[in-house]
Design a binder for this molecule. Structure first.
Ligand SMILES: *[C@@H]1O[C@H](CO)[C@@H](O)[C@H](O)[C@H]1NC(C)=O
Length: 582
């Protein structure tokens, strides 16, 4: 702030010694001698304040609305620019700084409160902004509540919400709850805290639950058996209507045309799966699609200006999506570009030492690791890692094998890499890298040779999925247990595939696109370790192989990547279903 020059320490010494002061600020019973001109220099508030009293012989000015401790902090700032904000003083300091219109202090306090947001204090901080209105702090606190709703519900402050506040929270699309039942149970908990006053709000709250997103079992066993529900006819008919919609959605398998219905509208997912680039119809593509797991739907979020890339690696780190290496038919890339999903812009960062197409990429401890690949001449055993804070790649120890078209994952502070192609054969071997020792260690080989494999950490294991064994595309899947150093086959995919995208989102392992032995596919399926089953998910719009996936989360604009919020014309199939159901 150029208008405010820090004063020499002499002024502060004079103040503390009480020399040449011409006014006394009296807060409760404590007197603070000050120099009027110095306070006027700091904020227009004091200029107006002292000017108003200028004609009187007044020297002692009573200041109310703050404690002597806070006045001391304010004066330390005014005279010396020093500010020590703590959890205990921040709220009072913010109110005082607001009263005196000292914008820098207001700003520091708001930032401090934003940093301080936790599930157990976010409601308190949000409430505080009704006393002391700051748009940014208010919206940050509210977003925090919505994002951490599952944890917030079990904190004491939750029970003290007013009915209006609770309604405000649970009606939002951007409330994040893995299960809608969390919302229903939150309402019961809130009412149980003070049933006499709160029971009358039950119906108004209940209709904010996206009842048609609950499963029928839960409605039957938990909702309909609830005493509050049972004694209220309106509740019963609301639930009845929801159940009808659930049956319709099951029958027509296309929930989309119900998205406009408030009780069937999916909420925002915590994370979004991106499928980036790849090889489609004989050409590399720059296509990016975003998968919303709640709506089971892909959205095209391609940025037209980006150059196509296939056989690359993708990773999400510190808010950026990195695309590492790859190939566009002409060039084997050593370049690395990152996408900012908030601004929708691309930026080039430092290139790798090696050109790497068919590269394996993962994130560990805030760094990106890129292993193996093909530089246009050789299959590589070299590996390097990228530190974003210094924008630099460095070599790490080379792997035991040349691995092109392998796949890797970070797991238990190590990087595991499995399979691939060494120029002669599809590999069955696997190894891990330990950053502490900068060493690669070979582990038990997989049960199959797998090139164009997908590897991912999931459910306490390293999964090795699909790939090409030299003859066929595989649908087999095996899981590695580091405790026993052994691989065990689990349920096979529905579709055999190689060169697909792989990611875990909401405890499901997704495989995306790839080559099935005959054709490039847009088909997507997911595995649930709890049931050891694969199920089909919604197809992508772009069929592609050599695609890379990553999961993005924690963005202020997640909604842009979710389906619910975008205008989506119905597909022909849904159009038919929708008209046949009405
Ligand atoms: C996706 O969006 C891009 C950019 O708007 C467009 O060029 C492309 O045709 C779209 N792809 C599909 C499959 O709709």
């Amino acid at each position: 702030d150029s208008s405010h020059k820090w004063l020499s320490s002499v002024f502060n010494e004079l103040r503390l010694e009480g020399k040449f002061t011409d006014a006394v600020l009296k807060v409760e019973e404590v007197e603070f001698p000050v120099h009027k001109v110095i306070l006027c220099n700091c904020t227009p508030y004091f200029r107006a304040f002292f000017t108003r009293w200028a004609n009187l012989e007044k020297t002692v000015f009573r200041i109310s609305g703050l404690s002597p401790d806070t006045m001391r902090l304010i004066l330390d700032y005014v005279y010396a620019g020093s500010l020590s904000v703590t959890e205990n003083n921040v709220q009072e300091l913010l109110i005082a700084a607001d009263q005196f219109n000292i914008l820098e202090v207001v700003h520091v306090c708001c930032s401090f409160l934003i940093e301080m947001l936790r599930p157990n204090n976010c409601i308190g901080i949000w409430n505080f902004t009704t006393v002391c209105l700051h748009a940014e702090l208010r919206s940050k606190a509210f977003s925090f509540i919505l994002e951490h709703f599952e944890e917030v519900v079990s904190c004491d402050e939750f029970l003290l919400l007013s009915v209006e506040e609770l309604t405000d929270i649970i009606e939002k699309d951007s409330l994040i709850a893995q299960k809608e039942s969390t919302v229903f149970e939150a309402i019961l908990k809130w009412i149980a805290h003070s049933p006499k006053e709160r029971e009358r709000h039950f119906f108004a709250l209940l209709i904010k639950v996206r009842m048609a997103l609950l499963d029928v079992e839960y409605i039957r066993n938990t909702v309909l058996t609830n005493a509050l529900v049972q004694k209220n006819k309106k509740c019963l008919s609301f639930i009845d209507a929801a159940t009808k919609i659930i049956h319709q959605m099951d029958t027509f398998r296309a929930p989309l045309f119900h998205h406009s219905n408030p009780i069937a509208r999916p909420r925002l997912p915590r994370a979004i799966l991106l499928a980036i680039g790849g090889w489609s119809g004989g050409d590399p593509t720059n296509g990016i699609e975003a998968y919303d797991i709640r709506a089971n739907r892909w959205t095209n979020v391609t940025t037209e200006l980006e150059r196509p890339r296939a056989y690359h690696g993708a990773a999400f780190l510190n808010g950026y999506v990195y695309c590492v290496g790859g190939f566009d038919r002409v060039e084997h890339f050593n370049s690395v570009r990152r996408f900012n999903p908030v601004t929708h812009t691309w930026q080039e960062v430092a290139p790798m030492y090696c050109r790497r197409c068919y590269v394996s990429v993962t994130v560990l401890n805030g760094c990106i690791y890129a292993m193996g690949g093909f530089d246009g001449h050789l299959r590589l055993n070299t590996a390097e890692y990228f530190r974003p804070e210094i924008n630099q790649w460095s070599f790490i120890a080379p792997m035991h094998e040349q691995r092109s078209d392998a796949s890797c994952t970070a797991f238990q502070n190590k990087v595991y890499i499995c399979g691939g192609f060494n120029g002669q054969e599809c590999l069955q071997t696997a190894e891990y890298y330990s950053p502490e020792t900068d060493q690669w260690t070979t582990i038990t080989s997989m049960n199959s040779q797998r090139s164009g494999i997908g590897v991912i950490a999931y459910a306490g294991h390293v999964y090795a999925v699909g790939g090409f064994d030299g003859n066929n595309r595989q649908h087999s899947v095996e899981a590695y247990d580091p405790l026993t150093d052994s691989w065990e086959n689990v349920a096979s995919m529905i579709t055999p595939r190689s060169n697909f995208g792989i990611e875990v989102i909401e405890d499901r392992l997704f495989v995306v696109g790839g080559f099935n032995g005959f054709t490039t596919t847009y088909n997507v399926e997911y595995y649930n370790a709890a049931t050891n089953e694969w199920c089909m998910a919604r197809d992508m719009e772009i069929f592609r192989s050599a695609v890379s996936c990553c999961v993005i989360s924690g963005l202020p604009n997640m909604a842009e990547y979710a389906v619910t919020y975008n205008f989506l014309p119905l597909s022909e199939e849904e159009e038919m279903e929708s008209s046949s159901s009405s």
